[in-house]
Design a binder for this molecule. Structure first.
Ligand code: ZN
Length: 421
C-alpha cells in the first residue's frame, strides 16, 4: 500500500483507541485515569493489546512503564522511542497524554501496512504518572526511566490511595528497589531519538488555523508551592500608613510578577507566571479584619535554563522590594524546579521536511506545557515534539482534539520514520 493510503487507513484504529481510553476513564463530566490505579492500568492494558496485535514485543520496566518494541532490520542501531502518558488529572480531558501514545501505535500500524521495515527499532512507550496531581510531582515515569527522581520521591504518598510511590510502582509491576539505586533504567546514549505527540495546551493552533506545530522547546519551571506572607492582623479602620497588610502584599507581589512577565515577553523572552493558590487563612479570615497572614503558590516557567536563572534573581529582588514597601515578611519556602526541554534542531528539520512531504502545514511553537520530553532532552537524547491543535485548553473536561488533526501528526511522524532516521 502507498504510504499516504496506509496512514489514512489507520484512522479507525486510532479512533477506536481514543474511544477505548475515554470509556476506561469515564468520570462525568470529565475523564479520570488515576495513576497506578484502575484508570491508568486499564489504559496500559488496552494499548498493550493493540501493540501486541501489531507484533510488537511488550515489556514493563522497573518504573512500571510499558514498552512496545517493533524489531527492525538493524538491531544494533539505537531505537527511536515514541512516548507519552496515559494518566489524566481528576476529571480532565481524554487527549492530554493518551493521544501521544495512540499516535505511536498509529504510526507503527501505518508503516506495517505500507510494508516498510524501519532502519531502527521503534518503541512505543507509555510512561507512568505524568500528571503532578497524584503525588505532587509530575513526569514520574520518565524520571524513573532516566534516574531523575528527586530525593525522597519514592516516599511521596498518592493523593487518592495514600500508598507511597514505591508501593504504587511495585503494585503496578515495577521494581522500586531497583529505582532506589538511582541509576537510569536505560542508557540515554542507547536511545536514538525520543518523539512525543501532545495536544497543545493553549489555543495558538486554533488561532492560526493550522493542525499541528513542530515544538521549539518545552518550558522548564521554578515552583514555590507554599509562599507565606506575614504582616500584622488589624482592625479594618486602621489608617493605611499603619498597616502591614499581608493580603495586599500578596496582590502587590502578584502584579509585580505580571509586570515582569509582560516586560520579558516584550523583550522577546517568552515565559509565564501562574499564581494557582492565593488566600488569607481560610480558618480565620473575615470581612472585618486586616489579615496579617497570606498564602500563595507560584509557578514560573521559561524556555531556556539561563533565562530561568535570571528570572529567579529577579523574583528575589521583587520579593525584597514588596516586603520593604508593605512592611511584611515574605518567605518563598519549599522550591522545586524542572529543566527546560530544548528540541533537537536536526529532528525539527526532519519533522518540517516530513510535513511538507505530506502536504501538511506545520507551525513552529513553544509548548505551553512541560512534558516527559523534558527529561529525555535533559539527559542529552535527541528529542522532538509535535503539538496538535486542541480546542478549550487542557486539564479540563472540554478538551476537544479532532481525530483528523491527530492523523496529521501521525502522518508526519510516519513519514519521518519511513526515512533513514
Ligand atoms: Zn500530558
Amino acid at each position: 500500500m502507498k504510504l499516504d493510503d496506509a496512514i489514512a487507513a489507520q484512522k479507525p484504529l486510532v479512533q477506536s483507541l481514543l474511544d477505548g481510553v475515554a470509556a476506561i476513564g469515564a468520570d462525568p463530566p470529565g475523564i479520570t485515569r488515576d495513576a497506578y490505579g484502575r484508570g491508568e492500568n486499564d489504559a496500559h492494558h488496552l494499548i498493550r493489546q493493540a501493540g501486541e496485535a501489531l507484533g510488537m514485543q511488550a515489556s514493563i520496566d522497573a518504573g512500571a512503564n510499558l514498552s512496545l518494541r517493533w524489531a527492525a532490520e538493524n538491531p544494533e542501531a539505537p531505537p527511536i522511542i515514541i512516548g507519552s502518558h496515559l494518566d489524566s488529572i481528576v476529571q480532565g480531558g481524554n487527549f492530554d497524554g493518551a493521544a501521544g501514545v495512540i499516535a505511536g501505535i498509529g504510526a507503527v500500524a501505518a508503516l506495517r501496512a505500507a510494508g516498510i521495515t524501519p532502519h531502527r527499532d521503534i518503541e512505543v512507550l507509555a510512561l507512568r504518572c505524568e500528571e503532578a496531581v497524584w503525588f505532587g510531582l509530575g513526569l514520574i515515569g520518565s524520571r524513573c526511566l532516566l534516574a531523575r527522581l528527586p530525593a525522597g520521591a519514592l516516599e511521596l504518598r498518592h493523593a487518592r490511595t495514600g500508598k507511597t510511590l514505591a508501593e504504587s510502582i511495585a503494585a503496578a509491576g515495577g521494581d522500586s528497589a531497583r529505582l532506589s539505586q538511582g541509576k537510569p533504567l536505560r542508557d540515554p546514549a542507547a536511545i536514538g531519538a525520543y518523539l512525543e505527540v501532545h495536544i497543545e495546551q493553549a489555543p495558538q493552533l486554533v488561532e492560526a488555523g493550522v493542525p499541528i506545530a513542530i515544538c521549539l522547546a518545552n518550558p522548564g519551571n521554578l515552583r514555590h508551592p507554599f509562599i507565606r506572607i506575614t504582616g500584622e492582623d488589624a482592625h479594618t479602620g486602621l489608617p493605611h500608613r499603619f498597616r502591614r497588610d499581608a493580603a495586599l502584599a500578596g496582590a502587590d507581589l502578584s502584579l509585580c510578577l505580571e509586570q515582569l512577565w509582560l516586560a520579558e515577553e516584550a523583550a522577546g523572552r517568552p515565559m509565564a507566571v501562574t499564581i494557582g493558590r492565593f488566600h488569607t487563612p481560610v480558618d480565620r479570615h473575615s470581612l472585618t479584619a486586616v489579615s496579617g497572614d497570606f498564602e500563595m503558590s507560584l509557578d514560573l516557567r521559561a524556555y531556556d535554563a539561563a533565562h530561568l536563572v535570571a528570572l529567579e534573581a529577579k523574583l528575589q529582588a521583587i520579593v525584597a522590594e514588596v516586603a520593604a514597601r508593605r512592611r511584611v515578611t515574605i518567605t518563598l519556602g519549599e522550591r522545586s524546579s524542572a529543566a527546560p526541554g530544548l528540541m533537537d534542531p536536526s529532528l525539527m528539520d526532519g519533522l518540517a521536511k516530513a510535513a511538507s512531504a505530506c502536504g501538511i502545514t506545520a507551525a513552529r511553537l513553544h509548548s505551553p506545557g512541560t512534558h516527559d520530553a523534558n527529561n529525555f532532552a535533559a539527559v542529552g537524547v535527541k528529542t522532538g515534539m509535535l503539538l496538535v491543535r486542541n480546542q478549550n485548553g487542557s486539564h479540563n473536561p472540554h478538551e476537544a482534539m479532532e481525530t483528523d488533526d491527530l492523523m496529521a501528526a501521525i502522518a508526519v511522524m510516519t513519514q519521518l520514520l519511513a526515512g533513514r532516521w
